[in-house]
Design a protein around this ligand. Structure first.
Ligand code: AMP
Length: 281
């Protein structure tokens, strides 16, 4: 596996691959790899002949009071893991190489970014779409794999790609969970043993919601109240509990096949998100 540090070298590699008529698969990440990231890499390898995993802790998508400064990093372990998955390239640019001093262009998807995480993290999605647009232009992938863990992000990127006529196939990967149900996340490393236990309430909420739906419940407001009550019994702060359509992200009154339960909570100082389509098992 080759480590590339600059956009220019990355694009030179991509151009060589394209000239050889090979396909490129990209997995954009912020590093500190866990099994979730590795599954995305495997998916990219399944789809494309050559694969790139990008590792960039993107300052543009962090709010001023967020965890940019302490975001977990372990570059040498990430290199080992990406190499073990057979990635061709680890693209890990410096911030200064990605955002030149004069840079003044941003990519913004309207509407889909208003609610859910967009409401509690103003500016976050502009940061995400701007960096993903740059990565697409630098790496020229045919396929890009994103996790459903960040399901709003996936919807926003699909919108961006459609709106800007990007010739890249966006692949959504199911959420990868720990054995006890906690969705894997680099941020789980912030949790104390006790908080880690408390965080399981997200998966318990999903299990409860699925059970209620299987029993025939259709009223979203009833389910929302029950979930909020369940979460309130734990030492967490609820940011949102929403039942939304998985494509439009609009709240739904009636639970149906397209309904996703989306939640964001804080456990101590750690912000966690989780979601599930309630009709898929
Ligand atoms: P991150 O490094 O946290 O920005 O995540 C990079 C990519 O991995 C994003 O597309 C995430 O949605 C995805 N991802 C992170 N955690 C998981 C998980 N537990 N299951 C599936 N995908 C994940």
């Amino acid at each position: 596996m080759e480590i590339i540090r600059t956009p220019a070298e990355m694009t030179a590699w991509a151009n060589r691959v394209l000239a050889a008529r090979q396909t490129i698969g990209l997995v954009p990440t912020m590093g500190f790899f866990h099994e979730g990231h590795l599954c995305l890499m495997r998916k990219a390898k399944e789809k494309a002949e050559r694969t790139v995993v990008s590792l960039f802790v993107n300052p543009l998508q962090f709010g001023i009071n967020e965890d940019l400064g302490r975001y977990p990093r372990d570059f040498s372990r990430d290199c080992q893991r990406a190499q073990a998955e057979g990635m061709d390239i680890l693209f890990a640019p410096e911030v200064q190489a990605m955002y030149l001093p004069k840079s003044s262009t941003k990519v913004e998807v309207a509407g889909l970014t208003d609610g859910l995480c967009g409401e509690s993290r103003p500016g976050h999605f502009v940061g995400v779409t701007t960096v993903v647009a740059k990565l697409f232009n630098i790496i020229k992938p045919h396929y890009a794999v994103f996790g459903r863990k960040d399901f709003q992000q996936l919807a926003v990127i699909e919108r961006m790609v459609a709106d800007l006529n990007w010739d890249v196939e966006i692949i959504g990967h199911p959420i990868v969970r720990e054995a006890d149900g906690l969705a894997m996340s680099s941020r789980n490393t912030y949790l104390s043993a006790r908080e880690r236990q408390t965080a399981l309430c997200l998966f318990q909420a999903i299990a409860h919601a699925r059970k209620r739906v299987q029993a025939g419940l259709v009223a979203a407001n009833i389910l929302q109240r029950e979930i909020e009550e369940l979460l309130r019994q734990e030492a967490v702060t609820i940011e949102y509990v929403s039942l939304v359509d998985q494509a439009t992200l609009q709240p739904q009154d009636v639970l149906q096949k397209s309904t996703v339960l989306a939640m964001a909570i804080k456990v101590g100082a750690t912000r966690l998100i989780d979601n599930a389509n309630l009709f898929e098992t």
